[in-house]
Design a protein around this ligand. Structure first.
Ligand code: AKG
Ligand code: FE2
Length: 267
C-alpha cells in the first residue's frame, strides 16, 4: 500500500480541489475543529490496526498528573486554584522510529499532496517533520480506564487519525475558546468550572478512519476514560512550521520514556 489514493478516500475528498480546501479552512477557522469522516479507506484502517496491535508491547505507558495549562506548580496560587489543580493522564504510545517503513501512516505523513492540503487549511507556509527520530508520527493507545485529563495544547494545531474506537468512553470533549493565550487571559473562572465538572464540554463524535484537525491552544479538551477491552488507538501526525526542530530532551523523556538525538546526528 504505497500510494495515497489506496490509503485515503480520495473519491470523497480531493485534497487538491480549491473549493474543498476552502470549506475545510473556513470550518476549522469558525469551529476550531474539522472532522473528515472516512478519510482513511477501510483496508488502510485494518492495516494500521494490525500494525498497532503487533507493536503495542513496545509502547511506553505512563500515568502523569498535570495542570490544565501543562505548567509546573506555581506556589503563588493555592493548590486547588485552576492554575495548579491537577488532573490525571494515563496512556501509552509508540514513536516514529517504531512505525514501519511501509506503513500507510508514513505514506500519508510524507505525501506532498497531504502536506500542501494541511498548509492551506492551517494557513501555514510550509510544514516540516521533526528533526528527532521519535516525534513525527505517534500511535497512541488508551486501554480500559486510561484517559487524557483536561488540558490546553502547547502547539497551535493538532492533526489526528482515529484508528480504533473503544466499546465505551474514550470520547474527545472540548470547550472552544476557553482561554485567550495571545492576550494572556487564562480565564480561571471558566477553567475552574470545567475542572470541577460544573460546565460540560462538547463531545466530538468520530469513527475509525476520521481525520481531525484541532486548534487546542485555547480550547480546553480531554479524552474520557476508556471502558471495555477494546483499546482506543489514535495517531498523532506532528509537524513544525520551521525545519530542523526537535522535541526537547525533557519532553521526549516525559512522553516517550527515552530520548534520541536529532536524526542527522545519529549517523
Ligand atoms: O487522543 C485524542 O483524541 C486527543 C489527543 C490530545 O489531545 C493530545 O495529544 O494533546
Ligand atoms: Fe491535546
Amino acid at each position: 500500500m504505497s500510494s495515497l489514493k489506496e490509503i485515503v478516500n480520495t473519491k470523497q475528498y480531493n485534497l487538491n480541489e480549491n473549493s474543498f480546501r476552502e470549506y475545510c479552512k473556513s470550518t476549522l477557522d469558525q469551529q476550531g475543529v474539522l472532522v473528515l469522516d472516512n478519510f482513511l479507506n477501510p483496508s488502510a484502517i485494518q492495516q494500521i490496526i494490525q500494525e498497532g496491535e503487533a507493536s503495542q508491547h513496545l509502547a511506553y505507558f505512563c500515568q502523569q498528573s498535570h495542570s490544565a495549562y501543562l505548567t509546573p506548580p506555581d506556589d503563588s496560587f493555592p493548590a486547588q486554584h485552576p492554575q495548579n489543580q491537577q488532573v490525571i493522564s494515563s496512556k501509552g504510545c509508540i514513536t516514529d522510529d517504531q512505525i514501519g517503513q511501509n506503513s500507510p501512516l508514513r505514506c500519508v505523513y510524507d505525501a506532498e499532496d497531504f502536506r500542501q492540503f494541511l498548509c492551506y487549511v492551517l494557513g501555514e507556509e510550509s510544514l516540516y517533520e521533526y528533526a528527532d527520530p521519535l516525534s513525527s508520527i505517534n500511535l497512541h493507545y488508551a486501554r480500559a480506564n486510561e484517559e487524557l485529563g483536561w488540558h490546553f495544547d502547547n502547539s497551535s494545531f493538532a492533526i489526528t487519525l482515529l484508528v480504533q474506537k473503544p466499546e465505551g468512553g474514550g470520547a474527545f470533549e472540548y470547550v472552544k475558546d476557553a482561554r485567550n493565550s495571545s492576550q494572556g487571559d487564562m480565564n480561571y473562572p471558566l477553567v475552574k468550572s470545567i475542572l470541577d465538572a460544573k460546565t460540560q464540554g462538547t463531545t466530538l463524535t468520530m469513527e475509525p478512519g476520521a481525520l481531525v484537525l484541532f486548534r487546542g491552544r485555547d480550547s480546553l479538551h480531554r479524552v474520557t476514560p476508556v471502558k471495555g477491552d477494546t483499546t482506543r488507538m489514535l495517531v498523532v501526525l506532528a509537524y513544525n512550521s520551521q525545519p530542523g526542530i526537535a522535541l526537547s530532551k525533557f519532553a521526549q523523556e516525559t512522553f516517550y520514556g527515552r530520548s534520541a538525538k536529532p536524526a542527522e546526528l545519529n549517523h
